[in-house]
Structures are given as C-alpha cells and as structure tokens.
Design a protein around this ligand. Structure first.
Ligand code: SAH
Length: 232
C-alpha cells in the first residue's frame, strides 16, 4: 500500500517527517517528495507550496507518478464556524472553490460546466477519523471547507463564503486536492487545524499559531495512518 501525505507549507509536514525519521528525498517537478517505509507500507510525503495550482500539481504527481492509493492532507485553516477555536480540528466532508466565479453567465458560485460545486471526500477515511476522535476523546468537527487562492483576512469575505457555501472553514488547497482525487478515483481526506479566524486579525494569529496548529493536525493525521495500516 502507498499512502500520499500532503501539506501546503514546510511547517505542515515537518512534524510527520520528524516522527518517521528515515526517508528518501526524490526531486520531481521542482519539488521534493519524501519516500518512507513506515510499518511495512510506503508513504509519499510532500508540501505542495501554497494555493490551488501547486496543490493540484502535487496531488496529481502523488497519484500518477508515485502511485499513491489515497491522499491525506494535513494543515491549517481559517475558521468560519464560531464553534471552531484556534487549534481545533476539522475534517472536510466536502469542499468547494470559493473564488471560482462565472456567475456572469448565470452559474452558481464555485461552478463551471462539467464540474461540481461541492466535491466529497472519502466517507470511509472520515469514519476512521471520527472513530479515533471518539475513542481518544478528541474534539473533531466535520463540515464544509471552502478553498480559494487568497488569504482571507476580512469579515466581509468570510461572511460571503459562509452565506454562499455554508462553509465551516477556509483555506487554499483542499478543494483542488479533492478534485484531483475525485477525477482520478482515489480516496481523499482533508484535515485542518484552525490557525486563525479569517478576520482582520488573521495574519497575526496565523503567524502565532501556524506551528502549534500544524502540529495538532499532523499528530492526528498520523493516528489515522496507523489505523489504516492496522485495518489493512
Ligand atoms: N505566511 C505565509 C502565507 C500563508 S498563506 C507566507 O508568508 O509564506 C495561508 C496558508 O494557510 C495556506 O496554505 C492556507 O491553506 C492556510 N490558511 C490558514 N488560514 C487561512 C486564511 N485565513 N485564509 C486562507 N488560507 C488560510
């Protein structure tokens, strides 16, 4: 079995590389892919760089070049749902591109012909996450995550994303990874820990909480990897 583990930024995969310890570095498409043998399965780990285009490239490479049979994303996000506090964990049941806009032609936000507004993640992987959270008494929210090529630090934009997509959190890579997985028929899992609440304070909160939130997300992600291995 080969599992792909993605983040967007170095901080989001560093705790995972540290836990694994031994890995091979493979340079490909102007990026580094870390290959490891972990409890008798293969892991391919990479940070894509920020945004939908880089994350699309990395997810595609993980599947088509490195033969990953599922992709698990770990990282940080801006919280929209007021229940989500900094450091809280959320898994995406579905994701949408909040900045995809051909509404001038009468289409809904996030929609282009032959695409879909909401892309679903793997129910099976989400259930594994929920089981672990329940058994270890970890608070885990599930909901809609909105993705766009912008760091949102505006209450107005945040309200638009809430009103339009009923999103619980927002970030810059999840929907593109989910889209690649959906089209290539590979299970997808998107986990985020809140680093900020996408308001006017967001850039300050982000800088302060990136590392601690990224670590919370990656710690939980590795519990899921362990469970996937046990389940076979
Ligand atoms: N400080 C970084 C830029 C971070 S961009 C630099 O200067 O290089 C924000 C990253 O964290 C993205 O990968 C995105 O997925 C996530 N994220 C966290 N909070 C966000 C927010 N409020 N808006 C958009 N993305 C957010």
């Amino acid at each position: 079995m080969t599992i792909g583990i993605m983040g967007a930024m170095p901080e989001e995969i560093e705790p995972i590389l540290k836990k694994i310890g031994n890995y091979e570095e493979i340079k490909y498409a102007n990026n580094t892919y870390y290959k490891a043998n972990y409890n008798n399965i293969n892991l391919i780990i990479a940070y894509s760089k920020i945004g939908k285009v880089f994350s699309t490239l990395t997810a595609s490479n993980m599947i088509n070049k490195f033969s990953c049979e599922m992709i698990l994303f770990s990282g940080v996000a801006g919280g929209i749902n007021p229940d989500l506090k900094i450091g809280d964990l959320i898994i995406a049941t579905s994701l949408a591109q909040h900045d995809l806009d051909i509404t001038a032609f009468g289409h809904p936000h996030g929609y282009v012909p032959e695409g879909k507004v909401f892309i679903e993640t793997s129910e099976k992987l989400n259930n594994i996450a929920k089981e672990i959270a329940k058994s270890e008494n970890i608070t885990l929210k599930e909901g809609i995550i909105a993705t766009g090529d912008q760091f949102v630090s505006s209450s107005e934009r945040k309200k638009f994303i809430l009103d339009t997509f009923k999103a619980d959190a927002l970030e810059m890579e999840g929907a593109s990874v989910a889209l690649v997985c959906d089209d290539l028929d590979v299970p997808c899992f998107v986990l985020r820990s809140i680093s900020d609440t996408a308001n006017e304070e967001a850039s300050f909160d982000f800088d302060e909480f990136l590392k601690s939130s990224a670590k919370k997300s990656s710690n939980f992600l590795m519990k899921i990897v362990d469970k996937i291995i046990i389940n076979g």
